[in-house]
Design a protein around this ligand. Structure first.
Ligand SMILES: NC(=O)c1ccc[n+]([C@@H]2O[C@H](COP(=O)([O-])OP(=O)(O)OC[C@H]3O[C@@H](n4cnc5c(N)ncnc54)[C@H](OP(=O)(O)O)[C@@H]3O)[C@@H](O)[C@H]2O)c1
Length: 203
């Protein structure tokens, strides 16, 4: 398979790239990529990358392991702060799905990334929890009407072990998720046949 991983240099993305590169051709994209630049918060940038990829041959799967949202106490979050998450993690991933048919093959797949905050929010995460929940509902609805029999799923994991030191204090009592368990979510989506699923990896 030929697989595009957006955010493939991040904590989660690099494990996805490492795993799928064993048996597949993987294209790694991100804001700082020279060859495959994309900013998911900018719709034109998404369209540009997908158009460029199509020119060198349609691909089988898109995985997005990118997307930001601002973390702060609700009383300190401005409307502009909420828009960071809305533009990046929510609409960025929604637009990937909206334009994926431009570079995906028939029966291709799209795998998005959210996180446990959608179901189990912690302090300072009203924005991040909101966009995660929005992506979950979007995926379930979008799967009903995707073109070209394209499947769409989302992986929602707890804090992964490789980022645990950074986030541990925000998640008291949450177990870190082993990287191989997190990866299982992406395997189920890309290599399996599930569609419209929120693949939760919380323990
Ligand atoms: N870490 C966790 O424990 C955890 C758990 C569950 C869910 N998540 C979610 O999973 C996603 C990835 O997390 P992570 O910990 O791997 O983050 P990370 O280490 O910060 O990596 C994020 C990656 O995405 C790219 N990126 C960021 N914003 C982008 C944008 N607007 N357009 C295109 N690429 C962008 C970054 O590269 P460039 O800077 O080059 O663009 C980087 O490669 C996030 O949405 C996060 O909320 C994380």
């Amino acid at each position: 398979m030929k697989i595009l991983v957006i955010g493939g240099k991040g904590t989660i993305g690099k494990k996805i790239v490492e795993y799928f590169s064993k048996d597949h051709e993987v294209i790694v994209a991100g804001r700082s990529s020279e060859k495959y630049p994309i900013d998911i918060a900018d719709t034109r940038s998404i369209k540009r990358l997908f158009k460029g990829i199509k020119k060198s041959g349609r691909i089988d799967a898109i995985i997005c392991a990118a997307g930001e949202a601002k973390w702060a106490r609700m009383k300190d979050l401005s409307e502009a702060d909420y828009h960071i998450g809305l533009r990046s993690k929510l609409m960025g991933q929604v637009n990937i799905v909206r334009y994926a048919h431009k570079c995906l093959k028939k029966k291709g797949s799209i795998t998005l990334t959210t996180g446990i905050l959608a179901d189990d929010p912690v302090y300072k995460t009203t924005s991040a929890a909101m966009v995660n929940g929005g992506v979950h509902s979007f995926v379930q609805a979008a799967a009903i009407e995707m073109r070209k029999k394209i499947r769409v799923n989302v992986v929602s994991s707890g804090v992964v072990i490789d980022a645990y030191a950074k986030y541990e204090s925000y998640f008291p009592g949450h177990p870190p998720i082993e990287m191989h368990k997190m990866l299982d979510g992406y395997k189920r989506s890309v290599l399996g046949r599930v569609n419209g699923e929120i693949i939760r990896i919380y323990s």
